[in-house]
Design a protein around this ligand. Structure first.
Ligand SMILES: C[S@@+](CC[C@H](N)C(=O)[O-])C[C@H]1O[C@@H](n2cnc3c(N)ncnc32)[C@H](O)[C@@H]1O
Length: 296
């Protein structure tokens, strides 16, 4: 299935917006140094989805040559269109992380963000080592969900909305596990060991935390606050869309319409409160682990 990820796991739009909010101008020194992107480098992002990260690196370090690769055709088509829209010159190509369509020793840097947990580690790193130049760097970024702050004060799904949501997901709830999503997730401390086993040296570990949802914070502009709230909305709506792709008859048309309405009402009310100056302090954060190594 060429569009498996965007159809059944996360839509391109959902991923692009969430990464845009996670890796911002304000925290760029944190994530640029964790990745290790350098001026003049030939860089490969593996599992790039809609290309949000590639676009950002190119924006801050324009004299890099960046290629993004992903298995999902819709992600890659989106990334190409978005590059034209933004006037940013990156290369995007569809391909498999386990069979990269590049010559040996092509890149100075290979990095990935929230991809390693879905792919067997050994062949994933072996293939990156093959396409890296000697002295080239691998960086594996992963979000440590259990270390992130949850948005405790955000108006939670409850009542009829929750019942319909659970009904939509009834038959779909084992889908991710059945398709090996997150199957290769490992403890933080195992990532450096995997890179050592793959033959990388000079292993280093970094962690950083970003506030990717804090609409009430004084340093967040109105425009970003709206994006943050709507990014949450898109996440929930995409989740319903995913459940109904997996089990299309889980809800009647009327139930589906009602569920979408209730979800939208909840987010509209959150936006109303924001506009009225009523603060909820429903902030949350993401903590990112970056493990890197050098090809000897
Ligand atoms: C959790 S998403 C992360 C996407 C992107 N790195 C980001 O953070 O927005 C995982 C991505 O890995 C891609 N992917 C999964 N298996 C892959 C493979 N074998 N080769 C290339 N891409 C793959 C999926 O299509 C998806 O876009």
């Amino acid at each position: 299935m060429e569009n498996f990820w965007s159809d059944y796991i996360q839509t391109t739009e959902e991923l692009y917006l969430s990464r845009d909010l996670r890796f911002t101008d304000a925290n760029k020194d944190l994530w640029l140094s964790a990745i290790g992107a350098k001026s003049g480098g030939k860089i490969l992002e593996i599992g790039c989805a809609g290309g949000a990260f590639c676009h950002k690196i190119k924006k801050y370090i324009p004299d890099t040559d960046i290629t993004g690769i992903d298995l999902d055709t819709a992600h890659i088509e989106f990334a190409k269109k978005k590059s034209i829209e933004l006037g940013i010159n990156c290369n995007f190509t569809r391909g498999d992380a386990l069979d990269l369509p590049f010559e040996n020793e092509t890149f100075d840097l290979c990095y990935s963000h929230t991809v390693a947990e879905h792919i067997p580690h050994k062949p994933f790193y072996k293939e990156q080592k093959r396409v890296l130049k000697k002295g080239g760097r691998i960086t594996v970024l992963s979000v440590r969900t259990r270390l992130g702050l949850k948005d405790g004060n955000f108006p939670q799904m409850c009542g009829e909305e929750l019942s319909l949501f659970e009904k939509a997901w009834g038959r779909a709830k084992n889908f991710d596990a059945e398709h090996d999503i997150g199957k290769y997730e490992i403890d933080e401390h195992e990532y450096p060991k995997e890179l050592e086993k793959a033959g990388f040296g000079n292993i280093s570990v970094k962690m950083f935390t970003v506030m990717d949802y804090a609409p009430d914070s004084a340093d967040v502009s109105d425009e970003t606050a709206m994006k943050q709230i709507n990014s949450r909305r898109i996440g929930v709506l995409s989740s319903v869309q995913k459940a109904l792709k997996i089990a299309p008859d889980a809800l009647s048309d009327a139930e589906k319409g009602r569920l979408l309405k209730l979800i939208n009402n909840r987010f509209d009310e959150r936006i109303e409160k924001y506009k009225n100056g009523q603060k909820l302090w429903d902030f949350s954060s993401s903590t990112v682990l970056a493990v890197s190594g050098i090809k000897p």
